[in-house]
Design a protein around this ligand. Structure first.
Ligand code: IPD
Length: 276
């Protein structure tokens, strides 16, 4: 024995622990930077474009902080980040980063925005951290070892019938996509308890994990929006996927506990939620 403990999923536990510790600290630092660095009058800045520029600056600064922190400690790792970080690396580990998920919430000083960091080993997410600084919450998961919010192990909530389910969703930025998403919603809304549009996909996925939503779906989110949150949802017992039989992808993301997942996914297929 060399002292390396392999988990049931084949990754070594010490590596997972190291990646988790680094992701937590990087997310904490980025969250602090974003809270402290956000000008108080950002939401009412003189022109729309100037406030958006400040958000872009903060997005870039957050990604730079995270990639700088991680690459200093693990120089062989690869990166994929919303603000352009993209490198293969040579260690088999790749970090997938959304430096601000919920940018519009951040702009308007609504609390639901997050720093999302996942570590993938050989293409599979093994660690996920979603920090939501304005809620003082940090969600985390390690593949095969559960999802947590602080000390609380997350286990979703018992599944209601779809008609009683509170479903989160989101909308893309392009007008044509939004029109198609509105059509899907028009048919879905009368068939569920209600709809929530929180404004940050990573937070929506964590809310499924925490039992604050019965399910979530969205077309067109990016890898960095869901890499950490989907792992956290799965580790809390939710199922994740795309179209029936397909994994969660940029085309369609669905997450819900068993019992809600299947009818929701089936209905979304019927309604064509996977195309514009
Ligand atoms: C967005 C948020 C939003 C979702 C959009 C995403 P961003 O991410 O997650 O909830 O509806 O599709 O693009 O741009 O704020 O990182």
């Amino acid at each position: 024995m060399n002292g390396v403990h392999r988990t049931t999923t084949g990754t070594d536990e010490a590596l997972e622990d190291e990646l988790l510790t680094l992701a937590l600290e990087a997310a904490r630092r980025a969250g602090a930077l974003l809270v402290e660095g956000r000008p108080a009058d950002l939401g009412v800045a003189a022109t729309k474009s100037s406030s958006i520029d400040v958000v872009t600056e903060m997005d870039l600064a957050s990604e730079k902080l995270i990639t700088g922190y991680l690459s200093e400690r693990r120089p062989e790792d690869g990166f994929l980040g919303e603000e352009g970080a993209s490198s293969e690396g040579s260690s088999g580990v790749r970090w997938v980063i959304d430096p601000i998920d919920g940018t519009v919430n951040y702009l308007y000083d609504l609390p639901s925005w997050a720093v999302s960091i996942a570590a993938e080993v050989q293409g599979e997410a093994v660690v996920g951290v979603v920090a939501v600084p304005m809620r003082s919450e940090t969600f985390r998961a390690v593949r095969g070892r559960g999802a947590y919010l602080g000390e609380r192990r997350l286990a979703g909530r018992p599944s209601p019938a779809l008609e009683q389910a509170l479903i989160g969703t989101g909308f893309g930025y392009l007008a044509d996509r939004r029109a198609a998403q509105a059509e899907v919603l028009r048919s879905l809304l009368p068939r569920v308890r209600d709809i929530r549009r929180g404004g940050a996909a990573a937070v929506d996925l964590c809310d499924v994990a925490a039992g604050r939503l019965d399910g979530y779906y969205e077309r067109g989110i990016n890898h960095w929006d869901y890499a950490a949150g989907a792992l956290i949802a799965r580790e809390a017992g939710a199922l994740t996927g795309g179209r029936p039989g397909a994994p969660l992808s940029d085309d369609l993301a669905v997450a819900a506990p068993p019992g809600v997942f299947e009818p929701l996914q089936g209905l979304l297929e019927e309604l064509g939620a996977w195309h514009d």
